[in-house]
Design a protein around this ligand. Structure first.
Ligand code: CAA
Length: 283
């Protein structure tokens, strides 16, 4: 399958990162969000990242301009009418994703692949909102997208081999490493990462150690680039809670029970770096 034009839905941190790496790999990119100011904010972030690469002499000013020229802004899903691939990175809510995929199914050309960057929602259920479940697949990028090498590629129950192969090839073109995963709650990344983060929160909750001590143990003792509480703030505590709830509900096992302290912080609006406060405070 030939893919030249990609629509990315959602111009937040993940969506704009995905749009950037696609544009850098010379794909034609349509960056879509609900409002022009959301798309604009995403484009400003991409421009800043590219400017940093220019200052480090990794790309030239001309290359930066060419990458930015590969991206056009959109606030209407009708623009999916001419694309070969859609990568959806909207909010983690099944009802919203199902409605986006239903609409895309009506608009996108018959050959187009519909991918979701969901971090834990079932691809098979998202696919069921369409009449082309064989062309629906998970493409789970890691944050920050321009830096992290992994893309978890999730096969839904009906995903066609040819579609998997196309997405694997595109991932390599994006200079990322594809890893094949089946459709179970949390896939692999978050099934392993989130219980570790949740356990770190329990460790704090039970007064075993201070937040700094917990992070130091994991950073210095296990060589993690960030301690688990710093990482939770970086990911967003609402996202962490949502993923833990998905694991808890999906497996029905109490070992995935979200820590009450995590719930409390989310209820307080302490969502981590993005809200200025989580386990740590951010200026
Ligand atoms: N966008 C683009 N580039 C970024 C960036 C961002 N948001 N943040 C950092 N970078 C770049 C920097 O420019 C720098 O680039 P160069 O090496 O080319 O100069 C490089 O990354 C390293 O950055 P720093 O020196 O500022 O800081 P660092 O060495 O501490 O690295 C980090 C920052 C890459 C974020 C590192 O701390 C890290 O790897 N943290 C863990 C990240 C992680 O685990 N991500 C997965 C989260 S889980 C997920 O995403 C899935 C999910 O579903 C929840």
């Amino acid at each position: 399958m030939n893919v030249d034009k990609i629509m990315v839905i959602g111009a937040g941190q993940m969506g704009s990162g995905i749009a950037q790496v696609c544009a850098q790999a010379s794909f034609t990119v349509v960056l879509n969000d609900l409002k022009p100011e959301f798309v604009e904010r995403g484009l400003v972030g991409i421009e800043k990242n590219l400017a940093r690469q220019v200052s480090k002499e990794r790309i030239t000013e001309d290359e930066k301009a060419a990458i930015l020229a590969n991206i056009t802004a959109s606030t209407n899903l009708v623009d999916a009418g001419t694309v070969d691939l859609v990568i959806e990175a909207a909010v983690e809510n099944m009802a919203i994703k199902a409605s986006i995929f239903k609409e895309l199914d009506e608009i996108a050309p018959a050959h187009a692949i519909l991918a979701s960057n969901t971090s834990s929602l079932p691809i098979t259920e998202i696919a069921a909102a369409t009449t082309r479940p064989e062309k629906v697949i998970g493409m789970h990028f890691m944050n920050p997208v321009p830096v992290m090498k992994l893309v978890e590629i999730i096969r839904g129950l009906a995903t066609a081999d040819e579609v998997y192969k196309t997405i694997e090839d595109i991932t390599k073109k994006l200079n990322k490493v594809p890893v094949e995963v089946n459709d179970f709650p949390g896939f692999v990344a978050n099934r392993i990462l989130m219980p570790m983060i949740n356990e770190a929160i329990y460790t704090l909750y039970e007064g075993v150690a201070t937040k700094e001590a917990i992070d130091d143990v994991m950073k210095l003792g296990m060589n993690h680039p960030m301690g688990p509480l710093t990482l939770a703030d970086f990911i967003g505590l609402d996202t962490c809670l949502y993923i833990m709830e998905t694991l808890h509900e999906g497996f029905g096992d109490d070992k995935y029970r979200p820590c009450p302290l995590l719930r409390k912080y989310v209820k307080a609006g302490w969502l981590g770096k993005k809200s200025g406060r989580g386990f740590y405070e951010y200026a």
